[in-house]
Design a protein. Structure first.
Length: 499
């Protein structure tokens, strides 16, 4: 069955920022459109085609939707550049679109992917379309389609796992793997892994084991630095940084129910009357009427920063900062319910075009692998809000700071590595405060969506000094958000909490 294509005029090319950045790489953006690439198991009837056209067209501008493209290259240095999701996995957008089609009776439609088409023209003879492509797509989850999408059958083979030859090559093999894959091993890590695998297990580790160890033993996960001994001027301090942080809670726990031992903290709440759906353990997923029940709920609070990812790829970094924090809130105790969020951003000098401020030093340099502060501020705000909107969590307050200053001592004082803070408030039934010990024979169930090689390396990469890692590895280490999938996971957790 041939692929169906429906085109819709778009205003992607009207962005002033895109026009400016396109001009810097030698291109003018003339027009843009969206193409819906539709896979169906059978030919659509005339009535079905009308339904599909109605679904995909703009409500008040039906004339901007057509079976023929609105933009085309005319020669003389102009061309069409099309970008779309990679074909290995069905996108979250496609899953939702197919569900809507099915509800409308279009059951023969199995997949719809949305591509973006840009009509561009060279303004410089040396301009490269690849440089413009980097401005308009996420090269981890999307790619350029020079001839459009004709089929969803093209797949790339995943990289196979291998063994690391430490028995033959020694520590050099681990050092090389760490450098190539951005695992962030230091000399102590390598000494320890050599002892475990070479001396005790007497075998070569697999690349999968090495990746897992890099994340599990990184500063991001284990807090070796924060929990380590503090030595000032040769004198060992009586407390670690973590012990100082925990000191107020230990001295005055007040109404804290959970602190420093779960995915979120929790404050003692109160009994109240709530609306709960009627359901049974035999049929927990069946819809039911709401009824009033008396419940004893605590308040859950969680906050985290997602600084490194937001510096490398601000929009997806902020998306997954919000998504990861939502996940932490959900997994508090035996399960918690999401309520609302806050966000905060701190960046360096903004250098707004046409609005230079007296303290902004033009000589300040920034890591080439990190986004400029202005882009971080805009894209992070958009990313966190976009994720919350798709998931269904309101962002109720926040803050932002921008500062870069040369101190009288000559020291530079600036948020070169940005701060992206995501916080959330939730509610949890008091009887779910304590996690239970797993029992032998119980099943471990993983729920969620498919993954690229994204976020693998995040723990290690974010624990490095900015600029120490290769740019491509930094980019790989940033996760990509899937708010729709997390909302589906949230429904499962909520149904279990409300049993």
């Amino acid at each position: 069955m041939p692929m169906l294509h429906i085109y819709r005029a778009a205003d992607l090319h009207t962005s002033a920022l895109l026009k400016s950045r396109a001009s810097e790489v030698g291109f003018e953006v003339l027009a843009s459109e969206v193409c819906f690439n539709i896979e169906a198991t059978a030919e659509l009837s005339a009535d079905d085609q009308t339904k599909l056209q109605y679904l995909l067209q703009e409500t008040f501008e039906p004339q901007n939707c057509s079976a023929k493209p609105f933009v085309s290259a005319k020669g003389d240095g102009d061309s069409i550049l099309e970008v779309a999701p990679r074909q290995q996995f069905t996108s979250a957008w496609s899953t939702n679109a197919v569900s809507i089609c099915s509800a409308m009776g279009l059951v023969q439609i199995t997949r719809i992917e949305k591509s973006r088409r840009y009509h561009i023209k060279r303004t410089s003879p040396t301009a490269s379309p690849q440089k413009f492509a980097l401005l308009v797509h996420d090269r981890m989850t999307e790619c350029v389609y020079p001839n459009g999408i004709a089929s969803f059958d093209q797949h790339a083979e995943p990289e196979k796992w291998t063994t690391v030859p430490i028995m033959k090559e020694g520590r050099k093999a681990l050092e090389q793997l760490s450098k190539e894959k951005g695992l962030g091993y230091d000399s102590q890590d390598i000494d320890y892994y050599m002892r475990v695998f070479k001396d005790e297990l007497k075998r070569d580790p697999t690349t999968v084991e090495c990746f897992d160890l890099a994340q599990g033993n990184s500063e991001h996960s284990r807090h070796w630095f924060f929990g380590g001994r503090v030595v000032i001027d040769g004198e060992v301090m009586p407390k670690t940084l973590f012990e100082w942080v925990k000191r107020p809670f230990k001295e005055r726990p007040s109404n804290s129910v959970i602190a420093f031992h779960d995915n979120s903290s929790s404050l003692r709440g109160f009994q109240h009357v709530a609306l709960f759906p009627e359901q049974s353990t035999e049929k927990p997923a069946v819809p039911g009427a709401f009824r009033e029940v008396k419940r004893d709920f605590d308040v859950t609070l969680t906050v985290e920063t997602h600084n490194f990812p937001c510096g490398i790829a601000p929009f997806p970094g902020a998306e997954t900062g919000a998504g990861g924090r939502i996940r932490d809130g959900q997994s508090t105790g035996q399960g918690s319910l999401v309520v609302a969020a806050i966000a905060g951003y701190a960046v360096g000098n903004l250098h707004l075009p046409g609005y230079m401020l007296p303290w902004e030093d033009q000589s300040f340099e920034y890591p080439s692998t990190m986004a400029p502060p202005l882009q971080v501020l805009i894209d992070c705000s958009n990313g966190a809000s976009d994720y919350g909107n798709k998931f269904g969590e309101p962002l109720i307050c926040g803050w932002t700071r921008a500062l870069g200053h040369r101190m009288p001592t000559g020291e530079r004082f600036e948020w070169v590595k940005p701060i992206m803070l995501s916080g959330g408030i939730g509610q949890m039934d008091h009887m779910h405060v304590e996690k239970q010990e797993p029992q032998q024979g119980q099943l471990v169930v993983k729920i969620g969506g498919p993954a690229y090689r994204i976020g693998v390396g995040g723990g290690a990469a974010s624990s490095m000094v900015a600029g120490d890692n290769a740019a491509e590895l930094d980019f790989n280490a940033v996760q990509r958000g899937d708010a729709e999938m997390e909302q589906k996971m949230n429904r499962v957790i909520r149904a279990c909490c409300e049993l």
